[in-house]
Design a protein around this ligand. Sequence first.
Ligand code: AFP
Length: 342
Amino acid sequence: MPAISLTRHLIEEQRLGHVTPDLRLLLEVVARACKRISVAVGKGALGDVLGEAGGEAGSINVQGEAQKKLDVISNEILLEANAWGGHLAACASEEMAHCEPIPDAFPRGNYLLVFDPLDGSSNIDINASVGTIFSVLRCPEGTAAVEDAHFLQAGRTQVAAGYCLYGPSTMLVLTIGHGTHAFTLDREQGSFVLTRAHLRIPETTREFAINMSNQRHWEAPTQAYVADLLAGTDGPRGKDFNMRWVAAMVADVHRILTRGGIFIYPWDRKDPSKPGKLRLMYEANPMAMLVEQAGGAATNGRTRILDIEPDSLHQRVPVFLGSRDEVETATGYHLRHDGDAA
Ligand code: AFP
């Protein structure tokens, strides 16, 4: 059986009516940009790509976080690659305060692209996994000048979502609403090859991912849920759980898509002004679509992530995603707590 490239996969999806020619082009362009980012990441210390952006003074992004050189390089690669193809109306990035419409010099398409150009960038300097996360929305019909408000659509309206993981191998994981599929970059050929079609997340799990150092800041139902996981066979769950934390959501979610588990970044009291750490549009929505398409579930502890109506481009949310039964259990702790409190 010959290898199925990403190009062939998308052409077959187009024949089935699952993807328009413009969306196919968009996804090919994003994949090409990810190959360029993969090369930049792979150069490491030899490529002058490590460390902070902005020289001595440093550079801070709209999230108030220090930017790494590779954050800036990856952002520029994605913007440049998507500017001229005629498939997009505008891009929004975790690294930019506002959306960036396609320059007037180029034709405008009907899609909006949202991305976190380099997720987990604190891992760059220790040579651990990082990734790019992206989401595609339709530009509302009749939009003359694209503004941030046009991006504020619930995650269930995404037409495609994916990530590229720059790990020991580079992998693109993609959904266009017909299953979640994984492609591995063949570095000799320079193309992504389908290596796992229709990923399925096991419904039950014995593995969880959370940054335990924040434990004292969590709200009561999150404390109770994790305490019961930690109690193992001695507690109400009656089984032992294992824990993993890569500190790059792409890598943690990739493990869950591969062997199951629950990923949690809950609300905490460290900075009560922030309703969670992760961004709805750049991280939670695309990952929730990929996970649901693989048979898993994703909530903010109370509500399905994909049903949250965004109120701003850089909105943050708590995230519980992965194996369906475990996400339902964790969500149950929060809903019961709210019910008791009421
Ligand atoms: P950066 O891309 O800004 O480094 O953040 C990555 C991330 O948002 C997400 O990928 C991780 O799950 C999470 O941060 C790790 O956060 P902690 O450092 O608080 O554990």
